[in-house]
Design a protein around this ligand. Structure first.
Ligand code: ADP
Ligand code: MG
Length: 419
């Protein structure tokens, strides 16, 4: 495939003149028919990596994705790029007979370039039998970390994908994509999809504009948070809490102190959630106090701080949640409050779960303890956890954390953690 063609196609289908990060290399790998594994942070542009080669090739690319809402968005976006409505379809259980017929005929006629399916739909005999007879360009497994119990979103249906792919066609190239950077999850993906031979493309997970800070959590945490928010008046921020109750409490404490804040958690009705989210996006309020229910798919580029009232249950979660700060490349202050008592609380939450799950949860928590209590570069710690070398003397953002800016003696750090 000549270089000029992929740039022409990029322009034609997406209106972009440049590839982002490793996209060009990934697209070429797919066009060459290779198994390909892509690890890029959220917002890195993973969709285009498989959409562009799908649009350029003969046949239909099957895209496995875990969320119906996500699939619908992507299909709508693809349709808006083309005059051909059938260019992309979703195949799922909500379709009636006529709709399924239309999808099938568009695929058979070579009109459909991308077919989005949820993994559970792909287990349907009828679909597998049909797809077996069609020209399939490749299979893309989006959010591939769902395959791994070490990931943050394990889905058992993802485990059957390899055998289904083999039934659809034994020589179909497989493309796995994820924003999960931990080596353990990546190993699991490659093993489960039996694609250890894949061309692997891994972007850096360094976020040089984020400042990482951990403070001991004391009974004065409310006033610590209020002071911090007041010092950052007028800036947008997210405050994460573990429980809905704490979200409500803290939002109220902020309001009482004259801070424009709203709560957000899954216990609020849908209308209120949308309203509060919009108020934050439209900057009617500065702060949203939320459980982790908030943030998925929310793209506010100028979030200036993310505060963790409670330490997250894994480094992965911490990275994803703090990652919502400074998307525009500007300042992003990530402040987490830590007390060992909270770790014990999280351990206790897990006690009812299956043993294997508890063991994983415990191991992930131990890493969090290590991170919170370390006196080394926090950025180096995070990137090391993700299997990435980082030299904090020369690396981008090397001084951007509390430990580097205000080095402590070891015993001081230990003392802090006891509170
Ligand atoms: P991911 O799946 O990695 O989180 P997306 O595929 O959703 O990321 O893309 C994130 C954003 O980047 C989208 O708004 C997309 O339009 C944009 N984008 C992707 N590739 C390019 C590009 N080559 N040039 C400009 N914008 C791009
Ligand atoms: Mg994506």
């Amino acid at each position: 495939m000549a270089e000029i063609d992929i740039y022409a196609a990029l322009k034609k289908y997406f209106g972009f003149t440049r590839f982002k990060g490793l996209q060009e290399e990934v697209v070429k790998s797919i066009l060459n028919g290779n198994n390909t594994f892509v690890v890029m942070p959220t917002g890195g542009g993973k969709s285009l990596c498989y959409q562009l080669p799908a649009l350029m090739q003969e046949g239909t690319a099957i895209v496995v994705s875990p969320l119906i809402a996500l699939m619908k968005n992507q299909v709508d976006a693809l349709r808006s790029l083309s005059s051909e409505e059938g260019i992309a379809h979703v195949l799922n259980s909500s379709l009636n007979k006529t709709e399924v017929k239309k999808v099938k005929s568009d695929i058979a006629n070579g009109v459909t370039k991308l077919l989005y399916v949820a993994p559970e739909s792909l287990t349907k005999e009828e679909y597998v039998d049909f797809l077996q007879t069609q020209k399939i360009s490749f299979m893309a497994i989006d959010e591939a970390h769902c395959i791994s119990e070490w990931g943050h979103d394990f889905r058992p249906e993802y485990r059957n994908l390899k055998s289904i792919i083999q039934r659809i066609g034994t020589d179909i190239p497989i493309i796995g994509l994820t924003a999960t950077a931990t080596p353990k999850v990546q190993e699991d993906i490659l093993k489960n999809l039996n694609m250890q031979d894949a061309n692997t493309f891994k972007a850096s997970f360094n976020r040089p504009n984020l400042y990482y800070e951990i403070r001991p959590k004391t009974k004065n945490v409310d006033s610590d948070i209020i002071r911090f928010v007041k010092q950052n008046e007028g800036k947008s921020g997210i405050i994460y809490c573990l429980s809905r109750k704490r979200v409500e409490e803290l939002a109220q404490a902020l309001q009482v102190n004259g801070i424009k804040a709203v709560p957000y958690h899954a216990g609020l009705d849908g209308k209120t959630r949308v309203k509060h989210q919009d108020m934050f996006l439209m900057e009617d309020v500065d702060v949203v106090v939320a459980t982790i229910a908030f943030g998925m798919g929310i793209d506010k580029p100028d979030v200036r701080f993310v505060i963790h009232n409670d330490i997250p249950k894994s480094i992965e979660s911490y990275y994803q949640e703090t990652g919502r700060a400074g998307r525009d490349g500007g300042e992003g202050h990530c402040l987490a409050f830590y007390s060992y008592k909270d770790i014990e609380k999280l351990e206790k939450f897990m006690s009812g779960k299956p043993v294997a799950e508890q063991e994983i949860g415990h191991a992930l928590l131990q890493e969090v303890v290590g991170f919170a209590e370390t006196s080394m570069s926090r950025r180096k710690f995070i990137l090391h956890y993700f299997g990435e070398e980082f030299d904090n003397e020369t690396g981008d953002g090397g001084m951007m954390d509390d430990n580097m800016r205000h080095p402590k003696k070891k015993h001081e750090a230990k003392e802090d953690a006891k509170h």
